[in-house]
Design a protein around this ligand. Structure first.
Ligand code: PLP
Length: 412
C-alpha cells in the first residue's frame, strides 16, 4: 500500500498521508551526536555480545523498572541479566514463538484482532494454531475477559497482548490485566508476550504492564519495548525484552539470526535511555494534542464515529454508516454476489467496504489510510473501520480530514 501511495506521489499527486506507522519527528540531536562520537572512536566496527552490550542491558533494565510500576506505586525490579537487545521490537515476536512452542504439535497462540499482522503470520510460520481474540468497540477496543477464558486451553502456549494497541489506540487497565493474570496463572505452560512498544504514549491514564501485576506474572511475561516510537528511531532497529527464564534462549535466537543488534545503534540507544528526556517529552505532548484534534475532526464527518484513543498514535474510526450512505456497502454486496454466481468468490477476491473506501479516499480525496482487513480477519459484528496514523502535523490533520469531509459531503 505504501508503494501505491509512492506511485501516486511520483505522478505528482499531493497525498495527505495517514497510513504511516512511524513518528514524523527526527531522532533527537543528543542521540545522533552520541552515534557520531561512537563511529569516530571506531569500536562500533566490532560485534557486541548477542544479548547486547552490558551497559545497554543495564540501562534497559533501569528504564523498564522505572517506567513500570507495581500496584503499590513502586518501581518494578528488572535485572540486566533478564535483558536481551535485538534489531527492533519485532524480532522478539518470532523468537518468543520459537522459544515457547513446538512446530506442528497443535500448540496454540492467542493474539488480538484487529492487531499487528506479524503475530498471526509468525504463529503460522512456526507451525502453531493461531487463535484470534477479538477487540470490540463496546469494550473500548479491549477484549472480553470471558472470551479469553473460553479460548485458553491446555494447548495454549502463548498469549500475545499489545497495550497501547496498534491499530485501535486501546489501552489495557491494571484491573483488566489482573483478570488476565488470573487466567494465565491457572495454566502451567502459558507464556505472555507483552508488546509494549507504545508504552510511553498513553494519554490521560496510567500505563500498566502485565509483568508488574505480581512476581509470578513477571516470570511468565516476555516484556518487550523499543526506541522506534518513543525516541523517533525506527530505522535504527533497536528493541529489548526482559524475561529471566527465557533470556538465554532469546540470546541464542539472536546468535542464530543477526549475531547482535547494530553496535552503533546500541550506543545511540544508551544515550536515548540515559540522556536528556526533553525532546521525547515534547514529542509525547504533541502526539497527545494531535490525538484530540484528529478525534474531533473525524467526528465532524457524517457517518464517522471515532473513539478517543488511550494511547499509541492511531485512531480507528467506525465508518460503517459512511460506507452504507455512500452506497459502497451495496456495491460490495453486488460485486460479491456476481463473484459468487461465477464460483469465483474467495477471501482474496471478496470486496470489502472498508477497503473500497480506502481506495476511494486515496484516489478521489487524496488521503491515505489503512483498511481493517490489513489487521487480520474481520471481527464478527463490528462493521467497517479504517486506521489513521496521526504521526503527521496538525496542519496536515486539518487538511486531510477536511478533504475527507468534502468527499463524504459530495458522495452521500
Ligand atoms: N509491535 C507493534 C504493535 C508495532 O506497531 C510495531 C511497529 O509498528 C512493532 C511491534 C515493531 O517495532 P520495531 O520497529 O521496534 O521493530
Amino acid at each position: 500500500m505504501g508503494a501505491e501511495v509512492e506511485a501516486l506521489k511520483r505522478q505528482g499527486k499531493n497525498i495527505v498521508e495517514f497510513h504511516i506507522g512511524q513518528p514524523d519527528f527526527k531522532t533527537p540531536k543528543n542521540i545522533n551526536l552520541k552515534a557520531i562520537e561512537s563511529i569516530e572512536k571506531g569500536d562500533i566496527c566490532k560485534y557486541t555480545s548477542s544479548a547486547g552490550k552490558y551497559e545497554l542491558r543495564e540501562a534497559a533494565a533501569k528504564w523498564f523498572s522505572e517506567t513500570r510500576k507495581t500496584k503499590a506505586g513502586k518501581n518494578m525490579n528488572v535485572k540486566p541479566e533478564s535483558i536481551v537487545v535485538s534489531a527492533g521490537g519485532k524480532p522478539f515476536i518470532e523468537y518468543s514463538v520459537l522459544c515457547t512452542t513446538d512446530y506442528g504439535k497443535g500448540d496454540e497462540v492467542i493474539f488480538p484482532v484487529p492487531g499487528y499482522p506479524i503475530y498471526e503470520s509468525q504463529a503460522k510460520l512456526h507451525g502453531c494454531k493461531p487463535v484470534p481474540l477479538y477487540l470490540r468497540q463496546k469494550n473500548e477496543f479491549n477484549f472480553d475477559i470471558d472470551e479469553l477464558r473460553e479460548k485458553v486451553n491446555d494447548n495454549t502456549r502463548l498469549l500475545i497482548l499489545n497495550s497501547p494497541h496498534n491499530p485501535t489506540g486501546g489501552v489495557l487497565s491494571r484491573k483488566e490485566l489482573e483478570e488476565i493474570s488470573d487466567i494465565v496463572l491457572e495454566k502451567e505452560n502459558l507464556w505472555v508476550y507483552s508488546d509494549e512498544v507504545y508504552s510511553r504514549m498513553v494519554y490521560g491514564q496510567e500505563f500498566c504492564s502485565i509483568a508488574s501485576i505480581c512476581e509470578e506474572m513477571q516470570e511468565r511475561t516476555i516484556m518487550v519495548d523499543c526506541v522506534s516510537k518513543t525516541y523517533a528511531m525506527p530505522g535504527w532497529r533497536i528493541g529489548f525484552m526482559s524475561n529471566e527464564l527465557l533470556q538465554k534462549e532469546m540470546a541464542n535466537c539472536v546468535t542464530n539470526t543477526v549475531s547482535c543488534a547494530s553496535h552503533v545503534g546500541q550506543d545511540a540507544v544508551l544515550e536515548a535511555l540515559m540522556g536528556c528526556q526533553e525532546k521525547p517529552q515534547e514529542m509525547y505532548e504533541e502526539f497527545k494534542e494531535r490525538s484530540e484534534l484528529i478525534t474531533e475532526k473525524l467526528n465532524e464527518i457524517q457517518g464517522v464515529k471515532c473513539l478517543k484513543p488511550g494511547g499509541a498514535f492511531y485512531v480507528w474510526p467506525n465508518v460503517t454508516e459512511l460506507c452504507e450512505k455512500t452506497r459502497i456497502t451495496q456495491y460490495c454486496f453486488e460485486e460479491n454476489e456476481k463473484l459468487s454466481r461465477e464460483g469465483l468468490l474467495t477471501d482474496e477476491t471478496r470486496y470489502y467496504p472498508s477497503e473500497e473506501l480506502r481506495k476511494k479516499l486515496l484516489y478521489e480525496a487524496d488521503i491515505s489510510v489503512v483498511a481493517d482487513i490489513h489487521f487480520g480477519q474481520k471481527v464478527p459484528g463490528e462493521g467497517e473501520h479504517i486506521r489513521f496514523s496521526y504521526a503527521t502535523s496538525k496542519e496536515l490533520i486539518i487538511k486531510g480530514t477536511r478533504r475527507m469531509k468534502q468527499w463524504v459531503d459530495v458522495n452521500m
